[in-house]
Design a protein around this ligand. Structure first.
Ligand code: GLN
Length: 201
């Protein structure tokens, strides 16, 4: 059983812990760099990416997390977490740092403000059993991707789920629905990485 951390600086940590446990992982919150040594994969939750970025700096987590991703450990970012794994952000705060990992440009708050949040059925490549219910809350979209990035889902003509090797990212929040297929998909990525297998797709 893989042990998967949820970055617990800010955001909807508890919902991810529950979703991961349902998907047969041992899930625990991660706040300090040393805790990265004890996990096989990491979820970066939704929340507020400028705050998360600031706190990651304050807690000395920026470089350790970049190293974790470079080392090929599986990471899954939802919403603000997607922003955190982007190499470049549009409409970010001036000094907003990311961890990187996916060669993409992500536009913050692209789908509109809080009161324009919505749900939509989203077909995700690699997820069997029909579309997932995408919950979009001040969600980003992916403006463009590099050659190494696989686009897994689109909504309204915009890319909303991607994978580059060990890093998965979605604009939406599967942890807020009762459907944990995306988490199960990520748990599989972690299992396969632990076996030295790059996994499907
Ligand atoms: N708009 C937020 C940000 O820029 C993300 C919203 C979310 O994670 N639900 O960080």
């Amino acid at each position: 059983t893989p042990t998967i951390g949820v970055l617990a600086l800010q955001g909807d940590v508890r919902e991810h812990l529950t979703a991961l446990a349902t998907a047969d992982a041992l899930a625990r919150p991660v706040r300090r760099a040393e805790e990265l040594d004890d996990i096989d994969g990491l979820v970066i939750p939704g929340g507020e990416s400028t705050t998360m970025s600031k706190l990651a700096g304050v807690f000395g987590m920026l470089e350790p997390l970049r190293a974790f991703i470079r080392a090929g450990k599986p990471v899954y970012g939802t919403c603000a977490g997607m922003i955190m794994v982007a190499e470049k952000i549009l409409d970010g705060r001036e000094d907003q740092e990311t961890f990187g990992g996916v060669d993409m440009i992500v536009r913050r708050n692209a789908f509109g403000r809080q009161n324009e949040s919505f749900e939509a059925a989203v077909e995700v490549a690699g997820i069997d059993g029909g579309p997932v219910e995408g919950v979009f809350i001040r969600a980003p979209w992916v403006e463009s991707v590099g050659a190494e990035v696989e686009v897994l889902a689109e909504h309204g003509g915009h890319t909303v789920a991607v994978r580059q090797g060990n890093v998965l990212a979605t604009s939406f929040h599967p942890e807020l629905t009762g459907d944990h297929r995306v988490h199960a998909f990520f748990v599989d990525m972690v299992r396969n990485a632990a076996c030295g297998d790059p996994g499907r797709i």
